[in-house]
Design a binder for this molecule. Structure first.
Ligand SMILES: Cc1cc2nc3c(=O)[nH]c(=O)nc-3n(C[C@H](O)[C@H](O)[C@H](O)COP(=O)(O)O)c2cc1C
Length: 170
């Protein structure tokens, strides 16, 4: 089962509600997903994830410094996740998710575009959007897994053809 870790920083619970809904959406598509507060996130767990979503609310036109430090710590660790998503609640300008996405791209990750931003406390339709993002991550993860197994299928096709050609020669 592909693995998604959703890391968030949330001062009053708005971005956390988004994180929980993203997890719910991914789980409904058979992804092993969990949400963790950034200060409880373990690097070992993140190294093992196939996809990482990072969320932060916007404060003073950027993400809060502890989240920036957390993302820097990912730069030092060798994470295998190639797929990322950025999200966050905001009030009026909402820069944090855009900045997170940029940092994740600098880590070599493909980040789902556009980032997901919700103004203040998410209402039901906003949470549905978050669930949708979780489902989209699941779909992309499964496509990537299939793409990874394609060469094997091609090899199998070649060997079948070879047998047929051999048979034809007799
Ligand atoms: C001191 C302070 C500064 C803020 N600065 C910004 C800002 O620069 N841009 C913005 O879009 N929202 C800003 N906000 C609004 C928060 O991003 C918003 O309340 C958000 O819903 C908080 O989400 P959280 O509970 O996940 O932390 C600010 C809020 C506070 C209290």
């Amino acid at each position: 089962m592909p693995k998604l870790v959703v890391v968030y920083l949330s001062t009053s619970g708005n971005t956390k509600a988004m994180a929980d809904a993203i997890v719910e959406g991914a789980q409904s598509r058979n992804v092993d997903a969990k949400a963790v507060n950034f200060n409880e996130a373990r690097i070992e767990e993140l190294k093992d994830a196939d996809a990482i979503a990072i969320g932060s609310s916007t404060f003073y036109y950027k993400m809060l410094p502890p989240m920036e430090k957390f993302i820097e710590s990912l730069e030092k660790a060798k994470i295998k996740a190639k797929l990322g998503a950025a999200f966050g609640s905001y009030g009026w300008s909402g820069e944090a998710p855009v900045m997170i996405a940029e940092k994740m791209r600098n880590l070599g990750m493909e980040v789902i575009d556009p980032v997901l931003r919700i103004q203040y406390q998410p209402v039901e339709k906003d949470l549905d959007e978050c669930k949708r993002l979780g489902k989209d991550i699941a779909i992309k993860l499964k496509k990537d897994t299939k793409a990874g197994s394609e060469p094997k299928r091609k090899d199998a096709a070649v060997s079948v053809q070879e047998v047929k050609m051999g048979e034809g020669g007799h």
